[in-house]
Structure formats: structure tokens, C-alpha cells
Design a protein around this ligand. Structure first.
Ligand SMILES: Cc1cc2nc3c(=O)[nH]c(=O)nc-3n(C[C@H](O)[C@H](O)[C@H](O)COP(=O)(O)OP(=O)(O)OC[C@H]3O[C@@H](n4cnc5c(N)ncnc54)[C@H](O)[C@@H]3O)c2cc1C
Ligand code: SF4
Ligand code: SF4
Length: 563
């Protein structure tokens, strides 16, 4: 059945419709589906505009399925992603950005509560098999995408359980383990063959995998802490930040110090500082040569930790020393009693490398019981040594290919690039797509993304100011280390928030073009037209006045020169 078009009651065939006035036109309106900025910047590749639209229509399961098509862990990212989507959100230029991550989390939690299965078709028993190493977010994402693409997947994980750093290091007050378990269990049940306690370099080798599998994706993360000393000196009881945090996550105990200084500005430093405070350490300092997040200060000058976590650490009494470095350890015997700090900054050299510069005369003394480095990790070379670059990372292209090693792909933290959950998920997805293309001998698509819709292109006259919905936050006195600090939205809040979305670059079905066209040249369709909207242009009568494009709230209609 063809599309049913509605012109309205006034223009019947046999009247003025026979005069094709569209022949006067210089420009014509066209529908152009352009990416919303929230979509363009999401490291995982989610199209928030698409799923927020479905939430607004109460099509919750479809909304969740739209998310997991790009990101299989929305209940996780909804909690821990640094959500650059919200910084980019066009609504932020009007009143406040959409609380995208809160709605994402709400949908992930809905899926858990409702037990929705991951939407993957059964894989043929003779489909080509791909090995994935590492059950962190990058490995899980690649395994999921490959399953959806019809490949058999063996997911090898060194530990008895999947999750990577999400399980071993992220504190449960940010990511409750029942949520992580519920999301991972259902994901792994989608057709992925999970092989726990199987470590590359110990239980099998890369050469064995290369002969047994059509391709291998490696996402072992970074497991080896960087060495740390001050002019060759280290205290004899030095604890490494990530090890200490993992120990607390694992067994829930931390040594009873009265004061500690953590060196570093990343997530590990902040999480550890907060855990120490929750465990009763009275004075906790974070020393970083970078800056606290301030408007206008960009990476690499800003601490890489998530701004919201830094804020909450401050609320909990953590003391920050920005632009400071350790000049000297003050030791009694081999025991730390203090640190000499100096004003220190990173300067970018002409060859783009970074150099630390200390400013003489700015020294100060900090008395502490413990100094704990949290300065990052590199890849454990066991089983992978021949593939590591000079910095001890796996060097992979944007699509995850390892140059000179056909059939081998890598992603996530092991590539030393971005260090976030959503980026690892995006790496896994892109590598899975590249694996499928390579196995089917297809070329990569033209990867130049279309420009996202800007605030200036939207017609904001059609939107009312509406306040952003806020999630509840646990009072400082109740933060124990276990209880989740940030709560979830109510169903009503999630619905209201999704309705605030401006639908940038997409049809809102608002009827503006249909009602405002002076020539009745916009026709409304009862079923979605080919481009997904409910409108088509009748070029026989459109005179190219451009009113529809000007009045389209979402920049979905553009005027283009008449061919
Ligand atoms: C304390 C802390 C807090 C963080 N907080 C956040 C946050 O709030 N938001 C955010 O976006 N990011 C955060 N991050 C960063 C984020 O956790 C990582 O970027 C992300 O987990 C990387 O995913 P991955 O899959 O590459 O590696 P990982 O998560 O490290 O997973 C790698 C997996 O591979 C397995 N493995 C390793 N070697 C082998 C082997 N030889 N054979 C088989 N399996 C192997 C490991 O056991 C592990 O399960 C945080 C990191 C830390 C340390
Ligand atoms: S994964 Fe992160 S950036 Fe992407 S939509 Fe979710 S919160 Fe936003
Ligand atoms: S208003 Fe909606 S579509 Fe536009 S950037 Fe924000 S979340 Fe994305």
C-alpha cells in the first residue's frame, strides 16, 4: 500500500492544483537528517537524540534496544561515564543541557528490572569464530557487536569474572555490583562464549589463537603500575594507588593511617582519596601538577578525573594541591614523614611533547604518614611483548587494526589513548565492525562525519524554558563507601527529561512546516515517509520561499539550490 498523503480540505483536484507554481522556484527545501552534537561526541557512539525520542513516546524497550545497538552497558555508563554528550548538548545554550546520562541509567535499570534480553539473533554454528581477550568494557563491547554481526565469539578473561576495572577498581558507591552483575550476566547470555580464568601468555598464546580463529581482538587493559620515585628514593612501605584501591574493593580494608598524600590527578587518585576518607583517614591530600577543572582550562592542563567526582571528594574533605609536584621525600629512616612540594606546571614543547617545569622558591612542606602514587599503568607484556610500542601500549589504528599484523586488532586502555569506559566501548564497536569488513573483504566507509547541528541553526522560539531534572545525592554524613552516592531519576523525571530534548537535526513531528507553508506544498503522511518523517514536499507547488526551513525548530529542513 502506498503512502497516504493528506493535503487538507481546501484544494481539490480540478481547482488551482493544475497550475504547477513550483516552476518559479530558485531553491527547494529538503529534509536533512544531521547528527545531534550529543551523538557526535559520545565516545561509545550512542545516538541520544534517537533514544530520548523513543523515551518521550514511552517506547522504553525500543529506546533501550537503540542504546545497546551501540553501547551494551547503559546502566554502567549511565553511572560512570564523564558524559561529554551533556557538555555538547545544544539545550545547554538555552537553559540547561539534557540530563542524558541520568535517563540512560534509568533505561539500563529498567532493562534490568524487567529482565529484557539483549536483542541478538542466534549465530550459525559454522559461522567464523573470533577470539576476544579481556572481559572489560572494550572486550565485552567487541564480543557483543561481533555476536550481533553473526560471528561466533570466545571471550577469554584472566579472572574468574568479567568486568575488568569496572569490577576490580571502581568503588561500589559509584557502581553497585548488583547492577554490574545484572548487566553483564544478561549480556554474556546473548550468545557470547565466556571463557573465565584463561590468561593469554599463561594458558594460551597469540600464535595458537591466530591458527584457531578468523581474527583476534585484544583488550587486556593496563595491568602494570608505572614505577615511581623521587630522585631514586622511595619509602620502604610504598603502596601503589590502584593496588590499594583494588584491595579495598576486594576485601574492604585499608591500613589505618592518620594522613596520606596521593600523587596524581586521575580517577584512581580521586576514588582512593574518597575511600580513605570513608575509611576514617583524617587528612587526605591529592597532589597534582595539573589544574582543578575550571572553565576554559583544557586537557592536558586539567586533571583527567571526572569533575563531578572531584567536587564530591572536596565535599568529603579531601584537600587538593593543584599545580604542585613532589620535589623531595622527607624520610625518617625509610618511613615517610612529609613531602616537599613545589609549584609545577606542564609546558608543551614545539614538538608537542610535554615537559614538567618546577618554579624555584615556591617550595612548601606537607606532613603526612603515607605517600601513595596513582600515576597510571601500562600493558602487562606477558604474551604480548612483540606487539607493544616504546611506551608499552598496543599501537592500533582508529578501527583497531594493528599495522603489520593482519587479523590482530586491539582497543581500550591497552592502546594508551583515552582511558574511559565509553571510549573503551567505542573502541570495541569500531574494531568489531572493522573485523567484519576485513573478513568480508569490504573497504572502510568514508569516515568523515557530517557536521553536527549548532545552536544557531535551531529555531528556539518554539521551545519553552523547562528546568533540568536532578537526581538525589546522598548527604556527605551518609557516605560510607558502599551506599550509592548518586541516586536514579523517577519514571516521571525520566519522561520529563526526555521531553526537554530539542531533537536536534531530526523531525519533531511538530506540524510547523505543514501548517505554515503558504502554498500547501508540505503534505502530511499517515505512515512514516522514506526518511522517517511524516512530511513530503510537493515540489509542483513549492515556490521556494524558505518559510518551512526558517520555522523548523530542529534544523531538519534545509534550502538547497534548484538542480
Ligand atoms: C579507579 C578507577 C576509576 C575509574 N573511573 C572511571 C569512571 O568513573 N568513568 C570512566 O569512564 N572510566 C573510569 N575509569 C577508566 C575505565 O575503568 C577504563 O578506561 C576501562 O575500564 C578500560 O576498559 P578496558 O576494557 O580497556 O580494560 P579493563 O577494564 O582494564 O579490562 C581488561 C580486562 O582484561 C583482562 N586481562 C588482562 N590481561 C589479560 C590476559 N593476558 N588474558 C586474558 N585477560 C586479560 C583483565 O583481567 C580485565 O578484566 C576508571 C579507572 C580506574 C582505575
Ligand atoms: S555513553 Fe556517555 S557520552 Fe555517550 S550518551 Fe552515555 S553518558 Fe553520554
Ligand atoms: S537537545 Fe537533545 S538532540 Fe539536541 S544535543 Fe541535547 S540531547 Fe542531543
Amino acid at each position: 500500500m502506498g503512502l497516504k498523503l493528506t493535503r487538507g480540505a481546501f484544494a481539490h483536484p480540478g481547482t488551482s492544483l493544475r497550475y504547477h507554481t513550483g516552476s518559479w522556484r530558485m531553491e527547494r527545501p529538503v529534509h536533512v537528517h544531521r547528527p545531534a552534537p550529543c551523538h557526535s561526541v559520545c565516545p561509545a557512539g550512542e545516538d541520544a537524540q534517537a533514544w530520548l525520542g523513543l523515551v518521550a513516546e514511552e517506547r522504553y524497550r525500543e529506546a533501550w534496544e537503540t542504546i545497546v545497538a551501540a553501547n551494551p552497558l547503559p546502566a554502567v555508563t549511565g553511572r560512570v561515564c564523564h558524559h561529554p554528550c551533556e557538555q555538547a548538548c545544544n539545550r545547554g545554550h538555552y537553559d540547561e543541557p539534557i540530563a542524558i546520562h541520568h535517563v540512560e541509567r534509568w533505561l539500563g535499570d529498567q532493562a534490568i528490572a524487567s529482565g529484557w534480553d539483549y536483542p541478538a539473533a542466534a549465530v550459525a554454528h559454522d559461522a567464523p569464530a573470533v577470539a576476544v581477550i579481556g572481559g572489560g568494557p572494550a572486550g565485552c563491547s567487541a564480543a557483543w557487536q561481533l555476536t550481533c554481526l553473526g560471528y561466533r565469539v570466545d571471550l577469554f578473561e584472566a579472572l574468574p569474572v568479567a568486568g575488568g576495572l569496572l569490577r576490580s577498581a571502581l568503588p561500589p558507591y559509584r557502581l553497585p555490583r548488583d547492577i554490574l552483575d545484572a548487566e553483564l550476566e544478561r549480556l554474556l547470555a546473548s550468545g557470547i562464549a565466556f571463557r573465565p580464568a584463561q590468561r593469554l601468555g599463561r594458558d594460551f598464546s597469540l600464535d595458537e589463537l591466530k591458527t584457531e580463529y578468523a581474527a583476534v581482538f585484544m583488550a587486556p587493559g593496563t595491568q602494570r603500575s608505572r614505577d615511581w620515585d623521587v630522585d631514586g628514593a622511595t619509602p620502604h612501605d610504598l603502596h601503589i594507588g590502584l593496588d590499594l584501591l583494588k584491595r579495598w574493593v576486594d576485601i574492604g580494608s585499608i591500613p589505618s593511617w592518620s594522613s596520606a598524600a596521593i600523587i596524581g590527578g586521575g580517577n584512581t587518585a580521586i576514588d582512593l582519596a574518597r575511600v580513605l576518607r570513608h575509611c576514617g583517614v583524617e587528612t587526605v591530600h591529592v597532589v597534582t601538577h595539573q589544574s582543578l577543572p575550571h572553565a576554559g582550562v583544557e586537557q592536558p592542563d586539567t586533571m583527567p578525573a571526572i569533575a563531578r567526582e572531584i567536587e564530591q571528594a572536596m565535599e568529603e574533605g579531601v584537600i587538593f594541591h593543584e599545580h604542585r609536584g613532589v620535589q623531595r621525600l622527607v624520610l625518617r629512616g625509610e618511613q615517610v614523614t612529609g613531602l616537599e612540594l613545589v609549584h609545577r606546571k606542564q609546558l608543551r614543547e614545539t614538538d608537542n611533547t610535554l615537559r614538567h617545569v618546577s618554579f624555584e622558591g615556591t617550595e612548601s612542606l606537607l606532613h603526612v604518614d603515607q605517600v601513595i602514587p596513582a600515576i597510571g599503568q601500562t600493558v602487562d607484556p606477558a604474551g604480548l611483548a612483540s606487539l607493544l610500542d616504546q611506551r608499552d601500549y598496543l599501537l592500533a589504528s582508529e578501527h583497531g587494526r594493528i599495522s603489520g599484523h593482519p587479523g590482530l586488532y586491539a582497543g581500550g586502555d591497552a592502546c594508551g589513548r583515552h582511558g574511559s569506559v565509553s571510549a573503551a566501548i567505542g573502541d570495541g564497536r569500531r574494531a568489531a565492525l572493522a573485523i567484519a569488513r576485513d573478513l568480508q573483504r569490504q573497504a572502510d566507509p568514508d569516515s568523515r562525519p557530517a557536521d553536527p547541528v549548532t545552536p544557531a541553526q535551531l529555531n528556539m522560539n518554539y521551545f519553552e524554558p523547562r528546568p533540568r531534572q536532578h537526581a538525589p545525592v546522598l548527604p556527605v554524613a551518609e557516605r560510607s563507601g558502599e551506599a550509592e552516592v548518586i541516586g536514579g531519576l523517577t519514571p516521571q523525571q525520566a519522561a520529563q527529561e526526555s521531553q526537554r530534548c530539542l531533537s536536534c537535526g531530526n523531525c519533531l513531528a511538530c506540524d510547523n512546516c505543514w501548517t505554515l507553508c503558504p502554498d500547501v506544498a508540505v503534505l502530511k503522511t499517515r505512515r512514516p515517509a522514506e526518511d522517517g518523517s511524516h512530511y513530503v514536499f510537493d515540489y509542483d507547488f513549492c515556490k521556494g520561499c524558505g518559510l518551512c526551513a526558517r520555522e523548523c525548530p530542529t534544523a531538519y529542513i534545509m534550502m538547497e539550490a534548484e538542480p
